[in-house]
Design a protein around this ligand. Structure first.
Ligand SMILES: [Zn+2]
Length: 217
């Protein structure tokens, strides 16, 4: 699998908290590369440049599972890298020609994979609108949670989401916890993810805790 070249000497924005345990996950954005340190990095070709002068100012939370309702396989990663085996499942044949990606994927165990630099435009939201502004991919960061609309998300996923939101808010000044929305919010009538199973109150409690924890920097 292709890997990003991680530039370890770049300026770093600090998130808060320790690794694992009650304090949650510690994450940092490398601003030079637009990569989340300590995430796994897998290159997706399904991205391009953001419009000139545009940077991330919205985080879009998605839910995805492949095949639908099944967790733990390699298929989301294969989908985002255009290598889904189309004969493996009827649903794969349906979606196999789509060219999509997200910046980040949070697996059921909280493990984090990054497919696209935050500096670039991932193809996650499709037709969408936020506060009257269309084409949310231009100015957003897409975060896929491995999940389904009606199956509760895992505690580890809330922890990782909170840590990554905290790190992104520190790295990109136009982001804030108030600028975290669901795909269903920006593509109403067309998309339902992350679904009613996603607990927004819990997510915001976790984000506040991650943002408020003492800095280790
Ligand atoms: Zn979505």
């Amino acid at each position: 699998m292709l890997q990003f070249d991680v530039h370890m000497r770049a300026i770093v924005a600090y998130a808060t908290g320790g690794f694992g345990g009650a304090e949650g996950v510690h994450l940092q954005v490398d601003l030079q590369s637009g990569l989340m340190r300590s995430a796994r990095h897998v290159l997706s070709p399904n991205c391009d440049a953001r419009p000139a002068g545009v940077e991330a100012e919205l985080i879009v939370v998605h839910g995805i599972s492949l095949p639908p309702g099944e967790f733990g396989g390699p298929w989301i990663e294969r989908f985002f890298t255009n290598s889904l085996p189309l004969d493996m499942h009827p649903y794969f044949a349906e979606i196999g020609d789509l060219k999509v990606s997200s910046h980040l994927l949070v697996a059921r165990d909280g493990a984090l994979t990054q497919f696209v630099s935050f500096a670039d435009r991932a193809w996650h939201a499709g037709q969408s609108c936020y506060n009257g502004r269309a084409a949310c991919n231009d100015f957003s960061i897409g975060v896929e949670l491995e999940g389904a609309d009606t199956i509760p998300y895992e505690a580890a996923q809330y922890d990782t989401l909170a840590a990554l939101v905290a790190a992104l808010c520190d790295a990109y000044p136009r982001l804030s916890p108030a600028r975290v929305v669901g795909h269903s919010d920006i593509s109403p009538g067309r998309k339902t993810d992350p679904g009613p199973a996603f607990d927004w109150e819990r997510a915001h409690r976790c984000i506040a805790a991650a943002r408020g924890a003492p800095s280790h920097s």
